[in-house]
Write a protein that binds this ligand. Structure first.
Ligand SMILES: Nc1ncnc2c1ncn2[C@@H]1O[C@H](COP(=O)(O)OP(=O)(O)OP(=O)(O)O)[C@@H](O)[C@H]1O
Ligand SMILES: [Mg+2]
Length: 439
């Protein structure tokens, strides 16, 4: 992408309404624009990152055996009356009436709809296990939308739903999602700790919240320091095999949110030197709730014995849009964002220090083509902005590599490479620079 043709409305001033660093940086870096309280337009740079994050979530869901579909944002109120949640959900639900006076709602989650889909087609245990997921916008009319994408009203969620014949199979399905979550957050450069959690309006009694530690987090959490050193399963993890040992490893040590915190147990199980009290951001939550929806909604399957029973279900959410905020909270400095390679909107920012200088333009062009062919997704700053402004902009938008090309260096056959995260700089010939960046 050439910056001269791109749409990157950077802000010089720090927006007064933004209270936390990720919100400030997303606004300043031209990623996001608020259209109404808790409702955002995703500008091109923000949209690119959102898509990267979404794709990692998708790949790890697919790897774990989940199957993608897409359900609508609007749902019939009557569907929610079947589970009894229409009245329970309260003011967070955005209720809508259409021209035929039919009551609809903008989905805050999809347990009812997926149960309705399942019961329409599946009758036998032979079709199980199944796990269906989608990545779709949700709406919750939050009392206090704040912190940008962290607590929006409209936000992007991945929600998966598992269906199994009995509780043991349901627990195995839960374990697959648990492991997939460990992996997907790690791939985004995050350390997300599973913590025992309350189940809230979703229901059930087995649940974990996946929490990224950050000072600006909304949850108070208590954990054993040794949780931070546990190994995350690699991509060769066998989802067909028994994952219970991994889940046990990750749930043995104490880690809980304040809602379920048990101070006595914490004191007994965690040596004082290993106790961490911290703030955290909830980036995902897993639930196993058995027949909470399948029973009232009559989603039944016949078992090997021919007897019909309500299907055993779980649900598994990831806050896809919230993750962008969490990643920035975890990875930034005074100058701006520092994107982990896996989610960076562009891999390399090429800074042309003197557009119009034939040799510089030529070298930039050569680098641009080579990086593009190498799959490095370069962003070429070919604008007339002064070098100082270009450097500041590159640091702000946080691309992993900067390639700085100007007439003075080229006279000696050299360009400069800067690694955004470490600030490390190298002056070297263009071909070597390209290979250093992996192109
Ligand atoms: N208002 C929101 N804005 C952005 N992301 C959200 C919001 N509410 C929930 N999420 C994300 O969706 C995931 C799954 O939804 P879940 O129903 O568990 O949310 P929740 O527990 O109500 O969230 P919270 O406790 O933060 O309100 C959450 O783990 C979170 O990452
Ligand atoms: Mg939750």
């Amino acid at each position: 992408m050439r910056l001269s043709r791109y749409f990157l409305p950077l802000l010089k001033e720090t927006p007064a309404e933004a209270q936390i660093v990720s919100h400030r940086l997303m606004l300043r870096a031209g990623m996001l624009r608020q259209e109404a309280a808790g409702i955002y337009a995703w500008l091109p740079l923000g949209h690119r990152v959102l898509q990267k994050v979404e794709q990692i979530v998708r790949e790890e869901m697919d790897r774990a055996g989940a199957v993608e579909l897409l359900m609508p944002t609007l749902q019939l109120a009557d569907l929610w009356r079947e589970s009894g949640r229409y009245d329970d959900y309260g003011a967070e639900m955005l209720r809508i009436t259409d021209r035929h006076e039919r009551e609809l709602l903008y989905g805050p989650t999809n347990e009812e709809m997926i149960t309705e889909i399942f019961r329409a087609y599946v009758r036998s245990y032979k079709a199980l296990p199944k796990n269906l997921y989608h990545i779709q916008w949700k709406f919750r009319d939050e009392q206090r939308p704040r912190f940008g994408v962290m607590r929006g009203r409209e936000f992007l969620m991945k929600d998966a739903y598992s269906f199994d014949v009995d509780e043991a199979a349901g627990k195995a399905a839960y374990n697959r999602m648990f492991v997939a979550y460990l992996r997907l957050f790690k791939r985004m450069g995050l350390s997300a700790i599973p913590m025992k959690a309350e189940t809230g309006p979703i229901g059930g009694d087995l649940s974990h919240e996946f929490i990224v530690l950050a000072q600006t987090g909304e949850s108070q959490v208590f954990l054993d320091r040794r949780m931070l050193d546990l190994p995350v399963p690699g991509e060769d993890v066998d989802y067909e095999g028994d994952l219970e040992p991994i889940v046990t490893d990750w749930t043995r040590l104490y880690a809980a949110t304040e809602d379920v915190h048990d101070a006595d147990r914490y004191g007994r199980e965690t040596p004082e030197a290993d106790q961490i009290t911290a703030r955290g951001i909830e980036v995902g939550q897993t639930f196993f709730f058995g027949d909470k929806y399948s029973k009232p909604m009559k989603a039944v399957v016949s078992g090997p014995d021919g007897v019909e029973r309500p299907v055993q279900m779980g649900s598994y959410g990831v806050g896809v849009s919230r993750l962008l905020g969490a990643i920035i909270e975890a990875s930034h400095d005074e100058a701006g964002i520092i994107w982990p390679d896996a989610v960076a909107p562009f891999g390399v920012g090429i800074v042309n220090l003197r557009p119009g200088d034939a040799a510089t333009d030529r070298a930039c062009e050569e680098a641009y083509v080579a990086l593009k062919q190498g799959g490095k997704e370069p962003l070429l700053d070919d604008t007339d902005e002064r070098p100082g402004g270009k450097f500041a902009a590159m640091d702000l938008i946080g691309l992993p590599w900067q390639l700085i090309i100007g007439p003075r260096g080229l006279a000696e056959g050299k360009v400069e490479v800067k690694r955004r995260a470490s600030g490390e700089r190298h002056t070297l010939p263009l071909v070597e620079a390209l290979s250093m960046m992996g192109a």
